[in-house]
Design a protein around this ligand. Structure first.
Ligand SMILES: [Cu+2]
Length: 153
C-alpha cells in the first residue's frame, strides 16, 4: 500500500499558491487601483465651504490672505470648497504636498484652468477625510489649509 497523501498535499499547495497569486494580480490589484465607488453625497456634497481671497493678498504686509485661513468641512456634507478671488491680482490655490484626489485629480487650480483671475472662483471637492495645506504659487506667503473630518451624524 503506497501512501499518496504527501504528494497530493504538495499538489494542493501548488494549486492554492497559483490561485492566490492569480487573484492578487488579476483581481486585487486592478480593484485597488480603480476609482473608489463613493456615495453621491461625497461626490456632490450639499454645502461648499467659502474661502475669500482677500483684497491686497499679494502684499505680504496685507495680513489677510485666504480667509478663513483654516476651512473645516465634513465628509458627505461640506467636503467642497469654493475660493473667490476678491483681489485685483490673479492667485492660485496650490497643494503644498502634491495631493491628488482619487476622483477630482490634482488639488491645484493651475491644473484646472490656471490662475484664478480677479472676481473669479475656483472649486474643489475633497473625497476623503484629511488635512490639505495649500498656498498661492506666485505669492508663497499666502497659505491656508482645508480640513475634512469624519461625519459622526
Ligand atoms: Cu497669490
Amino acid at each position: 500500500m503506497v501512501n499518496h497523501a504527501g504528494g497530493i498535499s504538495v499538489i494542493a499547495f501548488v494549486v492554492a499558491v497559483a490561485v492566490s497569486m492569480g487573484y492578487y494580480q488579476f483581481v486585487f490589484i486592478p480593484e485597488a487601483n480603480a476609482k473608489p465607488n463613493l456615495p453621491e453625497e461625497v461626490l456632490n456634497p450639499a454645502e461648499a465651504l467659502k474661502v475669500n481671497i482677500a483684497e491686497g493678498a499679494s502684499l505680504p504686509t496685507n495680513g489677510q490672505f485666504f480667509v478663513p485661513k483654516e476651512a473645516r468641512g465634513t465628509i458627505g456634507v461640506s467636503n467642497e470648497v469654493t475660493w473667490t478671488n476678491a483681489d485685483v491680482t490673479g492667485h492660485t490655490v496650490t497643494t503644498d504636498n502634491g495631493y491628488v484626489d482619487k476622483i477630482n485629480g490634482d488639488f491645484d487650480s493651475l491644473k484646472h484652468g490656471g490662475i484664478i483671475p480677479p472676481g473669479e472662483t475656483f472649486d474643489f471637492t475633497f473625497t476623503e477625510v484629511g488635512e490639505y495645506p495649500y498656498h498661492c504659487e506666485p505669492h508663497p506667503h499666502m497659505q491656508g489649509v482645508v480640513k475634512i473630518v469624519e461625519n459622526f451624524a
